[in-house]
Design a protein. Structure first.
Length: 305
């Protein structure tokens, strides 16, 4: 494992980033950061930036949940723009208090198999938990799924509801009156609603949950248009979010029209050329701070010695 000597430039940048992190609001930074691990960006072997890392755990961190929700929203928006978009929304409730979602995977797949006897259904499910504050909840929180369906016409919401009652409710014990199936009238509005709920602390899974909350169908029934994988869609979403952020920054700087678009293109091209490394500040046996390489290719042995 490579350990690089500390330089004033690198140390100053790291300390400045640490101070910015401490001043920031909870919604702006990952509070599970250890204060020692940094993402270091270089361009042509020159230091470009030092950034605090994130835990990347949306089930444990409010900031990372917010970032995941924004990415999920952008994925759904980009996919709907390509068309076709989802046309039916299912809400599948459960009566069980549990952190283990595997017991509901079978019933969900049975619902999809039953639907596919009539329609070429593709789906994307998003997991939430109830708040436990309802009068009859007893303070206990239960999981439920918001499911977006493609391949079913809005006029068929009634038959879809009947299949859900017959299959999902029979296998999970859910009450038919508590499930929901209805046409989607505004894909954009629904996507933003779902994304907002995804990042709400009150509907985040309880502590100890380790599963996935965002699950598009795969394989033959791949949810994403253009036969894209979830990884490819997420990468496109990240680039679109980064471009939106650049447009906001450029507008604040007074750029408009073609000048703004040219600046965004140039900045995007510059960012594509960056090399990234993960380093941690650590003390050696003599008490001196060193950079310990954890991964990436942005810095080489001897750089910043």
């Amino acid at each position: 494992m490579v350990v690089l000597s500390l330089t004033a430039e690198l140390l100053d940048a790291a300390l400045e980033e640490r101070a910015r992190h401490e001043r920031a609001l909870d919604r702006e930074v990952c509070r599970r950061w250890d204060g020692k691990t940094f993402l270091i960006a270089t361009l042509d072997d020159r230091l470009d930036g030092v950034h605090a890392s994130t835990c990347n755990s949306p089930n444990k961190c409010g900031y990372c949940a917010r970032m995941a929700a924004l990415e999920n929203l952008k994925m759904l928006e980009l996919d709907a723009d390509r068309g076709p978009g989802p046309e039916i929304l299912l809400v599948l409730t459960t009566p069980t208090v549990t952190l283990e979602m595997s017991e509901f995977y079978g019933p969900l797949q049975q619902v999809m198999r039953a639907l596919r006897l009539r329609w070429a259904v593709r789906y994307c499910s998003l997991l939430e938990y109830t708040t436990g504050k309802a009068p009859r909840s007893g303070g206990r929180r239960r999981p439920h799924l918001n499911v977006l369906l493609k391949g079913v016409a809005p006029r068929d919401a009634g038959p879809v509801r009947g299949i859900v009652h017959r299959v999902w409710c029979a296998q999970t014990g859910a009450v038919p009156e508590a499930t929901y199936a209805a046409p989607i009238r505004d894909v954009g509005g629904l996507s933003k609603y779902v994304a907002a709920h995804f990042q709400k602390t009150s509907q985040r899974p309880p502590e100890g949950f380790k599963g996935q909350r965002f699950n598009p169908s795969k394989g033959q029934w791949r949810y994403w248009n253009g036969d894209l994988t979830a990884a490819e869609m997420r990468e496109q979403a990240k680039r679109a979010i980064a471009r939106d952020n650049l447009r906001y920054r450029g507008a604040l700087a007074g750029l408009r029209g073609p000048e703004l678009e040219a600046w965004i293109d140039a900045e995007e091209q510059r960012r594509d050329q960056l090399d990234w490394s993960i380093y941690r500040l650590k003390r050696d046996r003599w008490g001196e701070e060193r950079w310990q390489w954890l991964g990436g290719k942005g810095l080489r042995r001897g750089d910043y010695d």
